[in-house]
Design a protein around this ligand. Structure first.
Ligand code: SF4
Length: 351
């Protein structure tokens, strides 16, 4: 893969980064802990969404010891809205391992970083270069796009071998200093200039002079990603059960999607109101009235939930569910983002 183009980009890219880097809270004080938290948050979350979460998280949990010790419900509450809660749990497990095995300091070695829960090749490369100044590429979607366009590479970026080749090509050209800035400048260019689809801002790009896709007008076709398998669709009926001021919740299983998180009682399938009443009877719940609570859709990476909700009032708090107050639901309990529509239905109607 073309190091002869890539080795020309270092200086212009760093000069551009000096002027155009966005001010982001984790860049102000890039100590390893903050870099790590930001990189985990930025997986599957946009910069602007992550920013307030990051600030709140590091304010409340300013170091590895605090993260290792925080009670899980509070940790998940701090993460609520970011989704993919396994990221938060892995952060805490990793913090505990860091205390036990690495004397409370995040390791700088790539392999040691990769041995920590939740840290894969990309995140290890990002932490090692941004926090420790090592020449370790971190190839995310933004970097893949920039490099594929620069080199007019038409390899499928969904294939891990393509990512590996790009990472190896970058590894060869890392500058002797400013490794962290170089890593961030590639990401930043992809995020703010070399935009996806037909929208790259080539006129503002410091690499335009060397870019093959620009020369050949092919940027809109790159990078190539062969179609992923279509997502599986799961229909669900969600029950918002209220007994006085109490709302019914249950815990998801310890394994699998959204493991161990709270949810509203639900059953598979899109039940009509007669079917919903029948289900309530099966649970042994006498329903005083049933109302349509609307529909919502949530998209996971390989799966879509299509949900129909019902609001039902009952007089007893049957112990097949856990009953919590509306205040607790609002302030203490972390519900998956997938259910935020129904949570807001409840809070809007009853609080
Ligand atoms: Fe991307 Fe255009 Fe820059 Fe090439 S010139 S890297 S296509 S923004």
């Amino acid at each position: 893969m073309g190091p002869n183009i890539l080795d020309k980009i270092i200086d212009p890219l760093l000069e551009w980064f000096d002027v155009h880097a966005r001010e982001l809270p984790w860049r102000e004080n890039p100590i390893p802990y903050r870099v790590w938290i930001s990189e985990i948050m930025l997986q599957q979350t946009r910069v602007e969404t992550a920013r307030p979460y990051f600030e709140r998280f590091v304010r409340e949990l300013p170091d590895i010891a605090a993260l290792a010790a925080v009670p899980e419900p509070r940790l998940l509450k701090l993460w609520e809205g970011l989704g993919y809660y396994s990221r938060a749990r892995n952060l805490q497990r990793a913090a505990q391992v860091i205390l036990e095995r690495f004397g409370g300091e995040l390791p700088s070695d790539l392999e040691e970083l990769r041995s920590l829960p939740g840290i894969g090749e990309y995140t290890a490369g990002a932490i090692a270069s941004i926090a420790f100044g090592k020449p370790t590429p971190a190839v995310d979607g933004n970097v893949l796009r920039v490099v594929c366009r620069l080199l007019e590479c038409r390899d499928d970026i969904g294939n891990p071998a393509t990512k590996r080749r790009i990472s190896e090509a970058l590894q060869q050209i890392y500058p002797p200093t400013r490794c962290g800035d170089f890593t961030q400048s590639l990401m930043e260019l992809g995020a703010t200039v070399c935009l996806p689809g037909g929208a790259p801002r080539c006129e503002a790009c410091p690499l335009a002079e060397w870019c093959k896709a620009r020369q050949h007008g092919s940027a809109g076709e790159l990078p190539v990603k062969n179609a992923a398998k279509p997502r599986r669709i799961e229909e669900k009926t969600i029950f918002l059960l209220r007994a006085g001021e109490q709302i019914a919740l249950r815990r998801r299983e310890d394994q699998g999607l959204l493991a161990g998180l709270w949810e509203f009682p639900a059953v598979p399938g899109n039940l009509n109101s007669a079917g919903a009443l029948e289900q309530l009877q099966k649970w042994g719940i006498t329903c005083r009235n049933l109302a349509d609570a609307g529909t919502a859709k949530h998209i996971f990476s390989h799966l879509e939930w299509h949900m129909q909700g019902y609001l039902a009032d009952t007089s007893e708090t049957l112990d097949i569910f856990t009953w919590v107050s509306l205040q607790a639901l609002e302030q203490e309990i972390a519900l998956p983002s997938a259910l935020k529509f129904f949570k807001s239905v409840l809070l809007t109607k009853f609080l």
